[in-house]
Write a protein that binds this ligand. Structure first.
Ligand SMILES: Cc1cc2nc3c(=O)[nH]c(=O)nc-3n(C[C@H](O)[C@H](O)[C@H](O)COP(=O)(O)OP(=O)(O)OC[C@H]3O[C@@H](n4cnc5c(N)ncnc54)[C@H](O)[C@@H]3O)c2cc1C
Ligand code: SF4
Length: 832
């Protein structure tokens, strides 16, 4: 539909003018268009100089989790395609009801047949001395976020006045941006309108553990300043807190000035009836600026319902709005918090007492409280595990009788259904059609299902059509369940996620680890909303590797997240014994090493010794409890672990080269030893094999290795991404170099690129096939890339080249070597 190119021929359309290009104003227009697209000629005035965006996502923008472009709801194309005139950056100053016109600050005058006031709220500024100083900001629009970001760029101290939803989200964002944050809250409990004391305490403790200072019961007396700029905050008790920026987030007031001046009925908000009509029948109002049946709202869910009622009314099919019950979530990553309804515990209007059902799991930081009155849920506060929030909210909104499930209510929907809904899909199937799925965008289960039935067959398609899960993402799991319930096996998958515990891909996870500076596995799981408490056998080893690669100097290897061979530093065999492979640099050995190996074989009764394809000796049949002693004996002869069990450098195979062979062009053995000395001990996405052949006869089989060197008269041909396994793949030629040093540098750089970009459990061959040889060449050909990657690799190696056998031989993790039950290897996931 493109009204800009003609619209309805000959048909006269009523003029609808909207004041406020915010969430409610634009949603009302969208709802009208959905019902009767040709009905109105629409002009929208917005005081902000931009298109309509999702205001609730300003918090993730401040925190650096989203960009502004990602939170835009309606692009300029949307206005044009729907024939809407957007007058942005021009505040309406006056409504002339007699002449049915509005006048904007620019002088622009616009006539209307119907006027919609959707001016939202204004942040409340506490009237203390210093409130007008430079550096005192509110948190309402993108300009406020820009002001906070500018302050955060300089670092220093931030004081947030107000420990409600907005204040805590501002504090979280500023803290993530590197500021030292103090939150001042007048009441004894944070978010006291949404949380009871117990949940408020858990929240405070968590925020303090993240480095914020939280002062509750603290009253601001004055904002201090010097030369017109803020320097601190003075509390009533005399405490002074230094501040480079002060964020006032103490509440909002409906923006009613324009309506009041126009003579409309206004109390706290603009008075509207059930069809969102004001005291003037030509003027409607929706959003935070209205007062409906005595209530003003400060959350988005009610305004979706208001907009629906308004659109029904103006398109002549009135339904009416009866008020809303609201629920709240805090958008602070890693903190799961849900609150809905009344948790004051006050008796009902007929004196009916409230009953609290409480569950605490201190070790997992979980607190749940459901408030029941007359067999109905009237409130719920969940901290730490909010999975059942939608279910409690649905029970609450519908006023369902819960006497039958009363005993199991607190354990959640799956348990209360007697296990019948233990499968999350079954639990979602049991939700009613009007159950809210996406609170941020006001989308119900029925709407998601019809959007899927209308052709949105992937998560991305659902997000872009009905907007469910397009904002904070906390309902992604619910939308995925609805996709699989509705489509069965027909769900179109997006990029492959790391595993079933997350909706992020390998690349997303790696990028976010760096961006958010995540340095522990539990922290990654919290911050990236893992759907399982401790991950699984697929994601734990991957995260362990990604963190090791990202923070080589800081991250402490998590042994629990390694496959059994890596935990034991040896390869488990069919009979439960282990094989032990000491490193032999470049395939070289000497009498001392050979004697030590022979002694080990005799002393520990090893039934077999085998020369491997990687030019080493493999001692078979060592009992688990003997491993430390075997390693100690091998260490004593100067040998270290050969990492034959690890996702790491395995061997550097060499031929005898120019030292001994008449065809040899270069010292392939010497170069192989140097390469192995440089690369041993490095953890990689998968096992990594290297070979150096002294001439193109290629006796060391360098062209089926992850990195192969073929020496030629003029230097060294460097090959990559070969594989001699099930699917044999010959290498691709990466480049030719002239000196050994260049060969070493390119080798280090290639390994580092592979370490940083391949997915965990992806060998070099499938990685190069996935990204393309040219991509790898281009990356390494970038200015200074070889030196940079090689330096990063060598830096990381400082922390990796630590013989694990030596530490175990000295007694570290001796528990692992006690003779207990047979160890069963973890299932390995193959990355395609
Ligand atoms: C940082 C932040 C986080 C939030 N998080 C949540 C959350 O997690 N969950 C939730 O439910 N709610 C949340 N909210 C609240 C939610 O954003 C509001 O309820 C919602 O935006 C209200 O919509 P509205 O259209 O009434 O007002 P707004 O979205 O504020 O839109 C009003 C628009 O009108 C414009 N305007 C005002 N006067 C004039 C005039 N005279 N002429 C022209 N234009 C004018 C304003 O500039 C503004 O753009 C959050 C709010 C903020 C600020
Ligand atoms: S690869 Fe060439 S140099 Fe090496 S052993 Fe074989 S023939 Fe000799």
């Amino acid at each position: 539909m493109n009204f800009a190119n003609g619209g309805l021929p000959g048909g006269k359309r009523e003029k609808l003018v909207v004041i406020g290009n915010g969430m409610a104003g634009c949603r009302a227009v969208e709802e009208i268009l959905a019902r009767d697209p040709g009905r109105f000629e629409v002009t929208i005035f917005g005081a902000e100089p931009r298109v309509n965006y999702n205001r609730i996502m300003l918090s993730p923008v401040l925190a650096g989790e989203k960009t502004f472009d990602e939170i835009v709801i309606n692009t300029s194309e949307w206005y044009a395609d729907n024939g809407i005139t957007l007058v942005s950056g021009d505040r309406v100053d006056h409504i002339d009801r007699a002449n049915q016109t509005v006048v904007a600050a620019s002088g622009r005058t616009e006539p209307y047949d119907k006027l919609l006031i959707a001016t939202g709220s204004e942040p409340f500024i506490i009237p203390v001395p210093g409130k007008d100083l430079e550096g005192v900001v509110t948190f309402r629009d993108l300009d406020d976020v820009d002001r906070m970001l500018a302050a955060a760029d300089k670092g220093g101290n931030a004081v947030v006045i107000g420990g409600g939803l907005l204040g805590l989200e501002a504090a979280h964002g500023l803290s993530l941006r590197g500021m030292k944050v103090t939150v001042i809250h007048l009441m004894p409990t944070l978010m006291e309108r949404q949380l009871d004391e117990a949940a408020g305490y858990l929240l405070k403790t968590e925020l303090e553990s993240r480095g914020q200072t939280i002062l509750t019961g603290a009253n601001t007396k004055e904002v201090l300043g010097k030369q017109g700029k803020v320097t601190g905050v003075l509390l009533e008790d005399g405490t002074e807190i230094p501040a480079d920026i002060v964020v006032m987030a103490v509440g909002i007031r409906p923006s009613t000035g324009l309506a009041k001046a126009a003579g409309l009925d206004v109390e706290r908000g603009i008075l509207v009836d059930d069809h969102m009509v004001t005291s003037d029948p030509a003027i409607l109002s929706v959003g935070e600026c209205v007062q409906h049946r005595g209530l003003c709202y400060g959350l988005v869910a009610p305004l979706w319902e208001m907009c629906r009622a308004l659109a029904d009314h103006v398109t002549d099919r009135p339904t009416g709005y009866a008020g809303s019950v609201t629920s709240t979530k805090l958008k602070v990553s890693g903190i799961d918090l849900f609150s809905a309804g009344d948790f004051s515990g006050a008796p009902g209007p007929d004196g009916e007492p409230c009953e609290d059902i409480v569950m605490r799991d201190a070790s997992r930081g979980i607190y749940k409280r459901v408030i029941v009155q007359g067999n109905k849920v009237v409130g719920a506060v969940l901290y730490g595990d909010t999975a059942d929030g939608s279910w409690y909210f649905d029970l609450l909104k519908k006023g369902e009788d819960v006497s039958d499930i009363r005993e199991a209510l607190i354990f959640g929907q799956a348990f209360a259904s007697g296990g019948a809904l233990a499968d999350p899909n079954a639990a979602v199937a049991a939700l009613s059609d009007d159950a809210e799925i996406c609170g941020c965008n006001g989308v119900s289960k029925g709407q998601v299902v019809s959007c899927i039935n209308d052709g949105s067959h992937s998560l991305d398609a659902v997000r872009s059509t009905c907007k469910a899960s397009a904002s904070c993402g906390s309902c992604t799991g619910l939308v995925e369940s609805l996709l699989s319930l509705t489509l069965g096996g027909e769900v179109e998958s997006g990029p492959k996620t790391l595993c079933k515990c997350t909706s992020f891909t390998h690349d997303d996870v790696r990028a976010l680890i760096l961006e958010k500076e995540l340095k522990l596995i539990p922290q990654v799981m919290q911050e990236l909303h893992w759907s399982t408490p401790d991950g699984c056998a697929s994601c734990r080893p991957a995260l362990n590797y990604y963190l090791l690669c990202a923070w080589p100097d800081e991250y402490e290897d998590d042994q629990k997240s390694r496959f059994v061979n890596e935990r034991m530093h040896a390869n488990i065999q069919k009979d439960g014994t282990y094989s032990v492979v000491p490193r032999m640099w470049g395939g070289l050995t000497n009498p001392r090493e050979l004697r030590a190996i022979a002694d080990v074989v005799e002393k520990y009764d090893a039934p077999m010794v085998k020369v491997t394809g990687g030019q080493r000796l493999d001692i078979f049949g060592i009992k688990k409890e003997d491993l430390p002693a075997v390693w100690a004996d091998l260490n004593a002869a100067g040998m270290v672990s050969g990492h034959a069990y690890g996702k790491s450098l395995r061997t550097v195979k060499t031929c005898v080269g120019s030292e001994w062979c008449r065809f040899g062009t270069q010292d392939s053995t010497g170069l192989g030893v140097q390469i192995e000395r440089m690369t041993w001990g490095s953890w990689m996405p998968h096992k990594f094999k290297i070979a150096v052949s002294g001439c193109p006869r290629n006796c060391a089989e360098a062209t089926i290795k992850d990195f192969g060197v073929v020496c030629v008269d003029s230097g060294y041909e460097l090959h990559i991404a070969g594989n001699g396994g099930i699917k044999v793949r010959a290498t691709d030629l990466l480049c030719k170099v002239e000196t050994e040093q260049e060969a070493l540098d390119v080798c280090a750089a290639f390994i580092q690129l592979y370490r940083e970009e391949a997915h965990y459990l992806e060998r070099t061959a499938p990685w190069v096939e996935r990204v393309g040889l040219q991509y790898v060449k281009d990356r390494l050909a970038e200015d200074g890339a070889i030196a940079t990657y090689a330096a990063a690799f060598r830096y990381s190696q400082q922390f990796m080249q630590d013989d694990p056998w030596a530490r175990r031989a000295e007694g570290e993790r001796s528990d692992l070597h006690q003779h207990i039950a047979t160890v069963r290897p973890m299932e390995m996931e193959t990355v395609s």
